[in-house]
Design a protein around this ligand. Structure first.
Ligand SMILES: Cc1ncc(COP(=O)(O)O)c(C=O)c1O
Length: 358
């Protein structure tokens, strides 16, 4: 039997053919060659005991579908909600995916301050839904009133990233409550990917506002981005609808096993959070202050920096084996860098001070 390989393409949905790619610069990110400060990743792996236990688990669990045991109870204790308020997802990216698929019809609009985490636009795009909203002002303060004013009759969802990636902007509990109260018929999705760094959460508002949805991740402070684990916190009726969309085994057993260990022994990752916020961040800010480099302070594991020539800065760092993330419009005058442990920060500062002399 012969196969016709003539170039006829499969017709895909219009929303998909019309959209572009989300292409984070993943290629050539070799940790042997570069110090990676470009993806807001944790600076260290989980403790060796956890890695050893994972290795043990792999010996006899790969050939069975995942069993999650009482993990949801453990997670509920960590978050401070009953299990029926929780849904595990394959990274918080999948949380965004199932929530948007649950809420949006083709042509519905999503409002989010710009720029925000690109996966929101990507996933909304697959559904034929535009996502826009007010731009962060020059000082990157959250444009609360402007966001409210942008809501119109086509708006079906408001997204708030707190603290925002990439600007680091914080949103107060009062501002979130104001959005929930002002738009009782609109879901407000709050992305708390950096919660463990900011210490700020709006989960307590769930008891008063059924339109609140929160997503979080184990990829940042909890140290396991490659295992892909996130979760949604919402009212039980909404969680039940999401369960219809997420596959029953989309979350892998290794991720849940590792997450359980991380929650059981928080000293390691909490120590890293403390180190980044109390050692690495002040040292970097002091360095930038002393050298007249503009930056935007925030409560996350990354920093937005505004050099005089961002392209030259990123290139110089790369030539010296340090990867940071150049930002696109409307903030192409900045680059984003992740915080790492102090010795790595010192290496960054040494290279950057050489750049400033060029
Ligand atoms: C604000 C925000 N939300 C969600 C994510 C996705 O995280 P993950 O899918 O790894 O849980 C990220 C990752 O950088 C992020 O910055």
């Amino acid at each position: 039997m012969s196969v016709d390989n003539s170039p006829q393409s499969i017709k895909v949905r219009e929303a998909i053919s019309n959209m572009g790619f989300y292409n984070p610069p993943l290629e050539n990110r070799d940790p042997e060659e570069y110090m990676l400060m470009d993806f807001n990743e944790p600076p260290l792996p989980p403790p060796p005991e956890v890695v050893e236990k994972i290795t043990e688990l792999l010996k006899n669990r790969i050939h069975a579908y995942p069993i999650y045991g009482d993990f949801l109870e453990k997670l509920g204790e960590y978050v401070g909600v009953p299990t029926e308020n929780l849904l595990l997802t394959n990274g918080s990216d999948q949380g965004i995916d199932v929530i948007l698929r649950c809420l949006l019809e083709n042509g519905d609009e999503v409002k989010m301050a710009q720029p925000g985490f690109p996966m929101f636009r990507q996933i909304a795009g697959t559904l034929g839904c535009p996502i826009d909203g007010p731009k962060f002002p020059a000082d990157f303060r959250f444009p609360h009133e402007e966001l409210k004013a942008s809501v119109n009759e086509k708006t079906r969802l408001i997204v708030v990233i707190n603290p925002n990636n990439p600007t680091g902007s914080a949103v107060s509990l009062e501002q979130i409550e104001d959005l929930l109260k002002s738009f009782p018929n609109l879901p407000v999705l709050v992305d708390e990917a950096y919660y463990e760094f900011s210490g700020q959460t709006c989960v307590s508002l769930l008891s008063s506002y059924p339109n609140l949805i929160v997503i979080r991740t184990f990829s940042k402070a909890l140290g396991m981005p490659s295992l892909r684990l996130g979760y949604v916190v919402a009212r039980p009726d909404f969680i039940m609808h999401l369960q219809k969309i997420r596959g029953p085994y989309d979350v892998n057993v290794v991720a849940v096993f590792a997450a359980r260990e991380q929650l059981k022994h928080p000293a390691h990752w909490q120590g890293i959070v403390k180190h980044l916020l109390e050692e690495s961040k002040p040292a970097l800010e002091k360095f930038f202050d002393e050298h007249g480099v503009k930056y935007y302070s925030n409560q996350t594991n990354f920093m937005l920096v505004e050099p005089q020539d961002p392209v030259a800065a990123c290139e110089f760092l790369k030539e010296n084996n340090i990867l940071v993330r150049p930002m696109g419009p409307p903030i192409s005058h900045t680059f984003r860098m992740s915080l790492r442990m102090l010795p790595d920060m010192q290496r960054f500062m040494e290279v950057y001070s050489r750049f400033l002399k060029t």
